[in-house]
Design a protein around this ligand. Structure first.
Ligand SMILES: [Zn+2]
Length: 424
């Protein structure tokens, strides 16, 4: 279906600045256009009066299946949370439960304006199966751990490639996803770097998330986690680094020179008591900065509007500087910067001719956005996600007038609750 979106206000990022314009928009074959339909073209008109139409937000680091563990292991130290909370549940949770939990994640993402997510998952085929059903745009990776990608008994790399072969399409792409430097050997990390170049695939990893990780790495390897990855040939412009909280002298320069992206996860880092990434330094050094929620076991929401606000507020506070992280910077971290990290600059995170029609419609008459003194500011400081009224991904509505169109929410709630009762 083609659409004419009329009477709306559009959030336009021209590279210099973000502005709000009143203009009609045309969705033709899943792509954004400013060129009106000609006679003979069929389309439906969408009245977007009192709506802000903007690019869908891109959550650059999450674990969708983790919704099943929302509020399960809170208020405990990071290593307890991971090794005694999360990992034992992952061991006993059946794959099908992970698919229902991923669908629950997509309900929350869509309702709060996220159209694209970068996932690291632990259950073969479940995340792409769920994303395909939901109509989400995803960059998905089977979590890799162990000593050697190709060793007998370690099936994860094979599964990662099987998922890519089975599901890769216009909306689903695949990312090599070694879990962390403390769950993967240096051999495996070097192999991932080689495979990323050979297969021309993006790669992601959790990095320098906690003081323990930094201390252990210094003891074991005599260098920081960032230096370790640089030495292994892991850092390049196809690398997405989640967290980067514990940065030592020279680490940020290595990241900048490599062209890698940092994804900061402010709520997760704060909640697990890990601190905050040095965001002001990251911006000063011109490193590509994106935002993630991380999984719901450590956030505990997938609401990117909350994350935008937190990112800005926390770093203004840390820097004692109200100009440290303006609203425009936060919005870009969740849109165009993410598109750059994903090598989709022309097509994602922006309203421009020929870009993918991943759009969200916000009701400007919700009290949190009213009056519209500064719409861009309101997205960072006032929006809470409940203003999202309709969501389009790849030119198809997945939610319209707050009705979910691709997911049976009641069935998802039933199945997730059943699995939580059985396995948590
Ligand atoms: Zn994570």
């Amino acid at each position: 279906m083609n659409y004419k979106i009329s009477n709306g206000r559009l959030l336009i990022d021209d590279g210099d600045k973000i502005s709000v314009r009143s203009e009609d928009l045309y969705i033709r074959d899943g792509k954004i256009s400013f060129i009106p339909f000609s006679q003979g073209e069929t389309f439906e008109t969408v009245d977007a009066k009192s709506r802000l139409v903007m690019p869908g937000l891109i959550n650059m680091h999450t674990h969708a299946y983790m919704t099943i563990m929302r509020n399960y292991a809170d208020d405990v130290p990071f290593t307890d949370w991971l090794f005694n909370g999360v990992m034992p549940v992952e061991d006993r949770l059946p794959a099908e439960a992970a698919r229902w939990a991923s669908l629950l994640a997509f309900i929350e993402m869509i309702r709060t304006g996220t159209t694209c997510f970068v996932d690291m998952h632990m259950y073969h085929r479940q995340s792409p199966l769920a994303a395909k059903q939901a109509g989400m745009r995803g960059f998905i990776g089977r979590g890799l751990v162990g000593d050697d990608l190709f060793e007998k008994g370690n099936n994860r790399f094979r599964e990662a490639l099987e998922e890519k072969a089975e599901f890769e399409c216009g909306t689903l792409k695949f990312v090599l996803s070694p879990h962390a430097i403390y769950t993967c050997s240096t051999t495996l990390l070097r192999q991932v770097a080689e495979q990323s170049r050979e297969l021309s695939m993006l790669k992601q990893i959790h990095l320098s998330e906690s003081v323990t990780e930094l201390k252990d790495c210094l003891e074991k390897h005599g260098m920081t986690p960032v230096r370790l990855l640089a030495d292994l040939g892991f850092l390049d412009d196809k690398t997405i680094l989640a967290h980067c909280v514990q940065m030592q002298g020279g680490d940020l320069d290595l990241i900048r020179e490599s062209g890698s992206t940092i994804v900061t996860n402010p709520a997760s880092n704060a909640k697990l008591g890990n601190g905050f990434a040095p965001v002001a330094d990251i911006l000063r050094k011109n490193i590509n900065l994106c935002i993630g929620t991380d999984g719901t076991a450590s956030n505990n929401t997938l609401n990117m509007f909350r994350e935008l606000g937190l990112l800005s507020l926390i770093h203004k506070g840390i820097e004692h500087d109200p100009a440290a992280l303006p609203a425009e910077t936060a919005v870009r971290a969740a849109t165009v910067n993410a598109a750059k990290a994903l090598h989709m600059e022309e097509r994602l995170g922006v309203i421009r001719e020929g870009a993918c029609a991943d759009l969200i419609f916000l009701d400007l008459r919700e009290p949190s956005l009213f009056p519209g003194n500064n719409i861009l500011s309101s997205l960072c400081y006032s929006a809470n996600g409940s203003e999202v009224e309709s969501v389009m991904i790849d030119g198809k509505f997945v939610m319209r007038n707050r009705e979910m169109l691709t997911i049976d929410t009641e069935q998802v709630y039933y199945e997730v609750q059943k699995a939580a009762d059985l396995y948590l």
